[in-house]
Design a protein around this ligand. Structure first.
Ligand code: PMP
Length: 408
């Protein structure tokens, strides 16, 4: 596990952590919404714009070649990081949301027919609900939802019963952004494949907390966002098996996704360019590649162990507070803690914590259905990254106790 000395070194890599909020040291516990960026990622982006800003793929000049190489290197880095078989199985997108929309507009439009069924779960982020809901409306198909128990764990036996010969697609979150539940995706993928059903994994909240090996998992598609992985906003990726991508129609059309165009006919480009129309976020992709390298240099196992330690510590400490209830008590969790505090409204809690320089998220976390499942409208959510410390959790606990004193 990372030592206290290592963590204080790591904290120096993240310039924003030195910020003062209302003259108090920032405690950033909103990592599930977005993570902070290390200096090396910021430098990489500055370096791109300072030294080789240029458009990719089409230029013969030196800057364009350098930009193309770095962009493609970033793709290869993602490929290796998730152990994809081919680099062209990685498509750059704006993030998890765009990746899922791409799948709904291409794979979904092509394969879902009237009366078919798509299975998602009660734990999904809106990004993995709404695109499927709209597709179902267009196709007159049905959205089926895997229920959860009171701990926020999927009911696997119920899931098995929901599969019928009408089930044509499963799209499932790996780690819940609102409760922190880690779903047993390997088992679920095996079940899906035993019925020949393709499965999409939403890894927006897992790529930063767990090791992902797409070949070992054998998932058909996987989506993720760079900004949740210490990289810039506006960049993410879609992984898909090559044979599936090959058979899918393009998503957006225009430059770069074509081989040739005449007014009579267009021939689409090969993978991965077929799905990357227009000028992409070149700096963002290069920044994402650098973020992966940064994490690998620290050692992903070290990060996972330390984040588990933070989760356990925070859970123990928060449970000492009278009237605090953790929402989402799954056996397997990532470092996300949602809670309610007596009958104090989460927005009041969020505002009062902010006055202390502590950033948490309050609300429904873009997953209203799971809030309703627990008969609540909102929670307060503290989510941890490997640059957080026990001292910061102590500050959170102290501030929450002060809030209780203010209200009671
Ligand atoms: N899925 C999950 C589980 C998420 O937590 C998020 C972001 N909160 C998304 C999808 C959407 O990600 P993005 O907004 O980066 O596209």
């Amino acid at each position: 596990m990372l030592s206290t000395e290592q963590i204080s070194q790591i904290r120096k890599d993240f310039p924003i952590l030195k910020e003062k909020i209302y003259n108090k040291n920032l405690v950033y516990l909103d990592n599930a919404a977005t993570t902070q960026k290390p200096q090396c990622v910021i430098d990489e982006i500055i370096n791109f714009y300072t030294h080789y800003n240029s458009n990719i793929h089409r230029g013969v000049h030196a800057l364009s070649q350098k930009a193309t190489n770095e962009y493609e290197n970033a793709r290869c880095r993602i490929q290796k990081f998730i152990n994809a078989k081919h680099s062209e199985e990685i498509i750059f997108t704006r993030g998890a949301t765009e990746s899922i929309n791409l799948l709904a507009a291409t794979f979904g439009m092509q394969n879902i027919k009237e009366n078919d069924e798509i299975i998602i779960s009660h734990l999904e982020h809106h990004a993995n609900i709404v695109p499927w809901q709209i597709l179902c409306q267009k196709k007159n198909a049905k959205l089926i939802v895997i229920p959860v128990n009171n701990n926020g764990e999927l009911l696997i036996d119920e899931f098995k019963k929901l599969i019928t010969n009408k089930t044509k697609l499963i799209s499932l979150v790996h780690v819940s952004n609102s409760l922190g539940t880690i779903n047993p995706i390997k088992e679920i993928i095996q079940i899906a494949h035993s019925h020949n059903i393709p499965i999409i994994i939403d890894a927006a909240q897992s790529i930063q907390h767990t090791k992902i090996d797409v070949q070992a998992l054998d998932c058909d598609f996987l989506v993720a966002s760079g900004h949740k992985f210490y990289a810039p906003t506006g960049i993410g990726f879609l992984y898909g098996k090559k044979n599936l991508f090959d058979n899918m129609p393009p998503y957006q059309t225009g430059g770069d996704m074509i081989l040739t165009v005449s007014f009579n006919k267009t021939i689409f480009n090969e993978l991965p360019y077929k799905f990357e129309a227009g000028t992409p976020d070149i700096a963002g992709a290069i920044g994402l590649g650098r973020a992966i390298q940064y994490v690998q240099d620290i050692g992903f196992d070290n990060i996972i162990d330390y984040e588990n330690h933070l989760l356990n510590y925070a859970t123990e400490q928060l449970l000492q507070i009278d009237g605090l209830k953790i929402i989402g008590t799954a056996k397997h969790k990532a470092s996300v803690l949602s809670f309610s505090l007596r009958d104090i409204h989460p927005h009041d809690i969020g505002t009062l914590l902010d006055n202390e320089g502590i950033a948490v998220r309050t609300g429904h976390h873009c997953s209203e259905p799971i809030m309703h499942r627990f008969d609540i409208d909102a929670t307060t959510r503290a989510s941890f990254a490997f640059y957080n410390t026990e001292e910061e959790i102590d500050r959170l606990v102290k501030a929450l106790k002060n809030i209780i004193n203010l209200f009671y």
